[in-house]
Design a protein around this ligand. Structure first.
Ligand SMILES: [Zn+2]
Length: 482
């Protein structure tokens, strides 16, 4: 029997999707981090990533357990090869699901088709900013197996990508579950190494232009239309680590950021719960950046000079183009201008809008909501660190853990207050007031007595970070100056 080429099947499936109209579309999945660069040649991308040890998959035999594997690590933007330890490979070469609390699969293929003419927002996004029409067009992915005696898989083999992502994922999970959830069950999250997320955009003449999402990661919440279980997707991408697209699965920050989105859900924050405004989505990204940053000691060194991801170092007060991370008048005016153009809803601006001076070109770090999220994350960091400085018992505590707890309090204070029906200016004011509330809550939890001098110092930091907002005083300190 002649095989129908997979590409033809895909084309048929996509035609059906586009022609069936709005009424029968599946529930749109929610997706975080959807500012993906697109390429023109998805099949070339997909072909790049192969199993190094095909024989292992074809004929699994009890192999030797890998306890160490070669991995790429980053320090000050320099790549180094190191041996990583991992306890997650079982005797038959499979992965122990307990390590990440979910299933690991590779090579699932997702596809979607969007009509540019169907929607004012470019076809792939619904009115609430949700991604539309994703469908898994392959069988469930393959469960990776590791049969080699040594863990030295080639850098871009699917085995090594899986092992590296898994390692960072399990590290993120251990820290964040303890720090944010007091070790309560975070619920399962799967890991999927996906060679291709394919988008076909139809224009009015119905000729599709195909593009593929590559080289980023995304967190998909449970029951989002794609999957019952939440998953983190890793899309192996371009190979040029000096550009905007390094191999992000080698960077622990990025997997820890995605896991932070899972924690955020567990803490009750859902950026889709109300209208997904820029501010609400930026809080989500900022929170995930803080979670990612606090997961590991030395994150500054890891992120230094890695593409545009370096802009996400929450400890740094400037983007790589020297623009300061603060909510000043210029930024607020740019946001308000967009809002006046009646495109305040995130769905309309998510991929094409970048504030002109928010660092780096054509990278997620630059576009909303990540750029605004980076500013919020830095401001939370500044105030949480100032509170640590004041704490007489600081030496008995762990700064990273305290930062995590502060950000958790901030997120809870933001939740519910920010979103539908407010201007971006209102939202940002509420978001900043939530930092104030976190200071009061956290100082009370840690029995830190704040003096007038402390308040003045915190007040001036707030005034500096949020100078664009119409707030005459912070912490009720009328005389605080910036
Ligand atoms: Zn994110």
């Amino acid at each position: 029997m002649a095989m129908i080429p997979a590409t033809l099947l895909l084309a048929i499936a996509q035609f059906l999707i586009t022609s069936c109209g709005n009424g029968t579309s599946t529930k749109p999945p929610e997706q975080t981090d959807s500012n993906f660069p697109l390429t023109d040649d998805p099949s070339a991308q997909e072909a790049q990533y192969k199993w190094d040890d095909e024989n292992c998959l074809a004929n699994v035999k009890p192999g030797k357990r890998i306890t160490q594997f070669s991995a790429t690590s980053w320090s000050q933007g320099q790549k180094v090869e190191i041996a990583q330890s991992i306890d997650s490979i079982l005797a038959d070469g499979s992965i122990d699901e307990n390590v990440i609390g979910g299933d690991t699969r590779a090579r699932e293929i997702y596809s979607r088709s969007c009509s540019r003419t169907d929607s004012a927002v470019g076809g792939c996004l619904g009115p609430e900013g949700r991604e539309l029409n994703w469908t898994r067009t392959s069988q469930p992915g393959v469960k990776p197996r590791f049969c080699k005696d040594s863990g030295n898989y080639p850098r871009d083999s699917l085995e090594r990508i899986t092992l590296e992502a898994l390692k960072h994922f399990s590290d993120a999970r251990s820290f964040q579950v303890k720090a944010y959830l007091e070790s309560k069950d975070p619920g399962p999250v799967d890991l999927k190494i996906i060679p291709s997320f394919e988008t076909i955009r139809f224009n009015s003449s119905s000729s599709g232009n195909k593009s593929s999402i590559v080289d980023q990661m995304a967190y998909f919440p449970a029951n989002s239309g794609l999957n019952e279980t939440a998953f983190i997707a890793v899309f192996p991408g371009r190979k040029d680590e000096n550009q905007d697209s390094p191999r992000l699965w080698e960077t622990s920050f990025v997997l820890a950021h995605e896991y932070g989105h899972h924690i955020e859900r567990k803490l009750g924050f859902d950026q889709y719960a109300k209208t997904r405004t820029v501010a609400r989505a930026a809080v989500s990204e900022g929170f995930a950046d803080i979670a990612g940053y606090s997961t590991k000691k030395g994150m500054d060194l890891e992120l230094n000079n890695i593409g545009c991801i370096k802009d996400r170092r929450i400890s740094s007060g400037i983007f790589s183009d020297k623009v300061e991370k603060k909510i000043d008048k210029a930024l607020l005016n740019a946001l308000l201008l967009r809002e006046k153009d009646s495109i305040s809803n995130l769905s309309t601006i998510k991929s094409d809008f970048s504030l002109p001076y928010l660092a780096c070109t054509s990278a997620p770090s630059r576009t909303l909501p990540h750029g605004l999220g980076a500013i919020l994350a830095h401001q939370v960091f500044v105030i949480a660190s100032a509170l640590n400085d004041i704490d007489p018992n600081r030496s008995k505590r762990d700064d990273r853990l305290e930062l995590a707890k502060f950000s958790r309090d901030w997120l809870k204070n933001v939740n519910g207050s920010v979103g539908a029906g407010r201007t971006v200016e209102n939202d940002l004011l509420l978001i900043s007031k939530a930092i104030e509330t976190a200071v009061l809550n956290e100082s009370s939890r840690k029995s830190i007595r704040l003096t007038e001098t402390d308040f003045k110092s915190l007040c001036s930091k707030m005034a500096k970070g949020f100078s664009g907002l119409n707030q005459s005083s912070w912490f009720s300190q009328n005389s605080c100056s910036n």
